[in-house]
Design a protein around this ligand. Structure first.
Ligand code: 0RA
Length: 657
């Protein structure tokens, strides 16, 4: 497959023998309960297979033995992962009397990772190894270049088809694993280029110096397979700059910290931009920790402590007559906190949070020392940051006042619900839906078409405020946004540390549906509303309360026959069907719907609102850093990156909208 020239020659044989691989359990369990091992059998689980294999290659890199990893998507959606690591050991496993390669491929947890001398710092969330991939694949081929020989073995649903055999000589070393996921196990078989690309890019930032290549043999660009290379020399420093590409920098170069304490590697890169949002992305052993944990706790503690001391000692807070909170130090901050912990403990429902308590102090000390030094050596940049903190505190204070005003006013006007809201009769949030509709006229149509019992309508006037560019207190003063808050029954308050908390206990609808025209303006308004939810009510997206309505694009008609179509493929099919196969039959009429207003109430109901017929997309956040970057690109000030971004993403919109 990939050109062999890139591989590095074999070093002297290592003393890591075949016998140091520990064997635990069999593979039937994996096929019986795949979810237990790889999380799920949907598209996420499908992609997880790639990460299980790639993680092994990354471990080889971390151990200092692998410079390249190539991932190839083949036309039949099988995947090859090739690396130039040491190669899976192929010698005889003493206890099991088979090749170590066979053991690694067919015995659960036999990756050598329970052996302290060879502990891996990588290893997926599930960290179950290649044997799991093998169990869940209809066909796997493993090829190992090691000690001058090429070894191979093939498997079907995890079962070896023959003993490990040598098929030739080689000057190179490394492992090549090709697998075809089992359609009996997975709900989908399609690999997504951009999902793989996104994680490989992330891995390149997290593992500087490692070259990663993704090739898609399903698609050709200018006569060659679509290929992307990921390589980062600067590691996390480049990562923060990449996340903040569309933002205005407050300091020139990111602050970069590396340290090791008690066997824990700490790597942090941070920078400040002129925006109002905070973006702290964290990793443990290359795995994203969405919900933070003790490493992020230690980072925050150090940051607040050092900046606070610097601000107080320098007299920067003299004129501030209200308390500065920890939150104020985070505004405009973009940071990546990456730690490598020998025995990580993951907590929380989705295991997205680091639990090891010793890590808090370690990170706090390492980051504290480095920040002290930065503050001493860079007075100008430090002043800029502290001034921004003071500004953040001032704005937070103003926002609190504005919020209190709005919430107090709401309480005075009887029911407190906005006059424009046509509420539903039901008071059960679980069955209630609210449609946020672009424009008063479409709002009127929706009011006529809806199911009054469960569907409420809130028309929004034109373009809502771009929250990406507005100061927080402006948001609470904006009529449309106030209406959204009060209609939803959601409020924002502050806890003792100055953290904004979203109160969703009184959420009045479990489905919040954004319904805009199917044109450019409509999609812009959808994005504005999504940006608002992302920045101020993120929890509602995370809990899958936010949906995007999908009005049809066409109505194809011939005589009494008519059919709504949501894309060009459907339209062509309908046209052909109605014309009995004739290409240009004039009696078949196609109406293009540009706006919701072109439909009457009944049409809007049957195409877009009727729960039994409609198509709704749920808004999800796959990746916080990516979503943050995207909203900044789409809605922020910096125009050139926005154009480049939209061009690059025209085909592959990452956020699932
Ligand atoms: C067990 C032990 C060693 C390496 C590996 C497994 C290994 C697994 C994979 C999977 C994909 N690529 C891989 N590369 C290596 C240590 C080998 C040694 O010490 O020689």
């Amino acid at each position: 497959m990939n050109d062999e020239k890139n591989q590095i020659p074999a070093p002297p044989a290592s003393d890591y023998g075949a016998s140091s691989i520990t064997a635990l359990e069999g593979l039937e369990a994996v096929r019986k309960r795949p979810g237990m091992y790889i999380g799920s059998t949907d598209t996420k689980g499908l992609h997880h297979l790639v990460w299980e294999v790639v993680d092994n290659s990354i471990d080889e890199h971390l151990a200092g033995h692998c410079k390249d990893i190539w991932v190839t998507i083949h036309p039949n959606n099988s995947i090859t992962v090739k690396d130039n690591g040491r190669g899976i050991p192929t010698g005889m496993h003493e206890k099991l009397q088979k090749s170590a390669l066979e053991v690694v491929m067919t015995v659960l947890h036999a990756g050598g990772k329970f052996d302290k001398n060879t502990y891996k710092v990588s290893g997926g969330l599930h960290g179950v190894g290649v044997s799991c991939v093998n169990a869940l694949s209809i066909h796997v081929r493993a090829e190992v270049h090691r000690e001058g020989k090429i070894f191979e073995q093939e498997y079907k649903q995890g079962k070896p088809q023959y003993d490990v055999r040598t098929i030739g000589d080689t000057d190179y070393r490394g492992t090549i694993i090709t697998f075809l996921p089992d359609p009996e196990i997975f709900e989908t078989d399609e690999y997504k280029f951009d999902v793989l690309a996104h994680r490989l890019r992330e891995l390149s930032f997290l593992n500087k110096g490692l070259r990663l290549t993704l090739t898609d043999e399903r698609e050709k660009e200018d006569g060659v397979y679509k290929t992307e290379h990921f390589y980062s020399e600067g590691g996390l420093q480049e990562f923060v700059l990449w996340i903040d590409e569309a933002k205005q920098r407050l300091i020139e170069t990111p602050i970069y910290i590396t340290a090791n304490e008690e066997g824990v590697d700490v790597e942090v890169a941070m920078t400040y931009n002129t925006s109002y949002s905070e973006n702290v992305v964290s990793f443990v052993n290359n795995i994203s920790t969405r919900d933070g944990g003790t490493h992020v706790g230690g980072f925050r503690r150090a940051l607040t402590r050092e900046f606070k001391k610097y601000g107080e000692d320098g007299g920067f807070f003299k004129k501030v007559n209200f308390p500065i909170s920890g939150e104020d130090f985070m505004e405009g901050l973009t940071a990546i906190v990456s730690v490598k912990v020998p025995e990580p403990q993951f907590k929380g429902q989705t295991k997205g949070e680091l639990g090891n308590s010793e890590v808090t102090g370690i990170v706090s000390r390492c980051v504290g020392d480095a920040l002290k030094q930065f503050l001493e050596e860079n007075p100008n940049q430090s002043r800029r940051i502290i001034e921004k903190v003071v500004l953040a505190a001032t704005a937070r204070n103003a926002a609190r006042k504005a919020r209190e005003m709005v919430q107090r006013k709401g309480a005075l006007t009887g029911s407190g619900l906005p006059g424009k809201l046509a509420d539903c009769a039901s008071r059960n949030p679980e069955e209630s839906e609210i449609f946020l509709v672009e424009g008063d006229s479409a709002g009127g149509t929706a009011k006529q078409g809806r199911d009054r019992h469960t569907q409420a309508i809130l028309p929004l006037r034109g373009k809502i405020l771009n929250v990406e560019k507005a100061l927080e207190h402006k948001i609470y003063e904006n009529e449309e946004i106030k209406n959204i808050f009060t209609a939803l029954g959601v409020s924002i308050s502050e806890n003792d540390e100055g953290h904004r908390v979203l109160n969703t206990e009184k959420l009045r609808y479990h489905k919040i549906v954004i319904m805009c025209d199917a044109d450019i303006d409509g999609s812009h308004i959808t994005t504005l509303i999504l940006t608002f939810f992302f920045r101020y009510m993120r929890e509602l997206i995370e809990k899958s309360h936010i949906y995007i309505a999908q009005p049809p694009l066409y109505l194809v008609k011939k005589g009494k026959n008519q059919r709504y179509c949501w894309n060009d493929k459907q339209r062509k099919e309908a046209q052909l069907e109605f014309s009995g196969g004739k290409e240009d039959d004039d009696s078949v009429k196609v109406q293009r719907y540009k706006g919701l207003g072109e439909m009457n109430a009944e049409q809007l109901w049957e195409t877009t609102m009727d729960p039994t017929m409609r198509l709704l997309k749920v808004a999800t956040i796959d990746d916080g850093a990516e979503a943050d970057r995207m909203f900044a690109m789409l809605m922020g000030d910096e125009v050139p990156p926005r154009r480049a971004f939209i061009e690059a993403n025209a085909k592959y919109a990452r956020i699932d909208v």
